[in-house]
Design a protein around this ligand. Structure first.
Ligand code: SF4
Ligand code: SF4
Length: 102
C-alpha cells in the first residue's frame, strides 16, 4: 500500500517515536534506496511503502524493537535510538566509523 502523503521525497533523517521506552525509529531517506528489505522482513508489518518505495512506519505501535530492519538494511538507513537518545549504529557501520576515525 502506498502512503499518499509521502509522495514527496523526505529529506535526511526522520524520527518516528515508537512510544515505548522513549525509543524512536530513525530513517535516513537520503540513504534509503527503496529496496523493500525492511518492509518485507519486519515480522510485525510495521512499514508501508511510500510512492518512492521507501518505508513508512504506519503501524509503529506494533514495533517490538527486534532490530531486524536495522540489521537487514544494506544501506544502514535505519537506526533505533536507545533510551539515552543515542542512536544504535549498524554493527558494520560502527566498524567503518571506527576505522575512519583512526
Ligand atoms: S525493529 Fe523489528 S518490529 Fe520494529 S520495525 Fe524493525 S523489523 Fe519491525
Ligand atoms: S532496507 Fe534500507 S534501503 Fe531498503 S527500503 Fe529499507 S531503509 Fe530503504
Amino acid at each position: 500500500m502506498a502512503v499518499k502523503h509521502l509522495k514527496m521525497k523526505e529529506g535526511g533523517r526522520v524520527e518516528f517515536p515508537i512510544g515505548k521506552g522513549g525509543k524512536s525509529i530513525y530513517i535516513n531517506y537520503d540513504w534509503c534506496k527503496g529496496c523493500g528489505v525492511c518492509i518485507a522482513f519486519c515480522p510485525k508489518e510495521v512499514f508501508d511503502a511510500s510512492a518512492l518505495e521507501q518505508p513508512v512506519p504506519t503501524r509503529i505501535e506494533d514495533c517490538t524493537q527486534c532490530m531486524i530492519c536495522v540489521h537487514g538494511c544494506p544501506d544502514f538507513a535505519i537506526v533505533i535510538s536507545d533510551t539515552s537518545g543515542k542512536a544504535k549504529m549498524h554493527p558494520e557501520a560502527e566498524l567503518i566509523a571506527k576505522s575512519n576515525a583512526k
